[in-house]
Design a protein around this ligand. Structure first.
Ligand SMILES: [Zn+2]
Length: 188
């Protein structure tokens, strides 16, 4: 997030305005607390704090592939402001640094908690891991469903799969090993 601050009062007021523009009565009982609830949600989403994510420790020097899969994050499509979820699988080849397991989830949530696109989410996760781990040998795969396609527009359930495979993952052997591990997991 850049220097812009989340403006809670403005969001709350705009939601009340949106309800009016939709032909609703924001003062009816069911809607009284809605602007506040939605402002709370957006604040929690936009100001997500991933905690400390760059704590690495020294590696087991034998170029082991580490693959973390089965993670699910929720994000928000920047074209439609509708949610999408993604299953995320991440792998890297441990050289001189390894990263604590929870950090992968923190990094995934950090980049999911903004208006974005699945392709951008995958690219952002990959870029951050490369920087923290000081390696190009990072693979990120995401499989998502986007409400902007499921509940509006073409209204069709789907799965969108995108990946960023870099460094040694350009090589067939590492690529196939990653895909095999991903396929072996619940990432299906
Ligand atoms: Zn969309």
């Amino acid at each position: 997030m850049d220097a812009k601050k989340f403006d809670y009062d403005r969001v709350e007021g705009l939601i009340a305005g949106l309800l009016e523009a939709l032909g609703e009565d924001p003062s009816r009982e069911g809607l009284l607390e809605t602007p506040r609830r939605i402002a709370n949600f957006w604040q929690e989403f936009i100001e997500y704090d991933p905690g400390k994510i760059d704590t690495t420790f020294s590696a087991i020097k034998h170029h082991q592939m580490v693959c973390v899969t089965g993670m699910k994050v929720w994000s928000m499509c920047e074209h439609h402001m509708l949610p999408f979820w993604c299953d995320i699988a991440i792998a890297y080849i441990a050289d001189d640094k390894v990263l604590g397991l929870s950090k992968f989830a923190r990094i995934a949530h950090k980049h999911a908690c903004k208006l974005t696109l699945q392709e951008q989410l995958v690219a952002d996760i990959s870029a951050e891991l490369k920087e923290i781990l000081n390696t190009e040998d990072v693979a990120v795969m995401a499989k998502g469903e986007h409400l902007c396609m499921s509940m509006r527009g073409i209204r069709t359930p789907h799965r969108m799969i995108s990946s960023a495979l870099d460094g040694k993952f350009h090589h067939t052997e590492q690529r196939l090993e990653f895909l095999r591990l991903v396929d072996f997991s619940e990432f299906k």
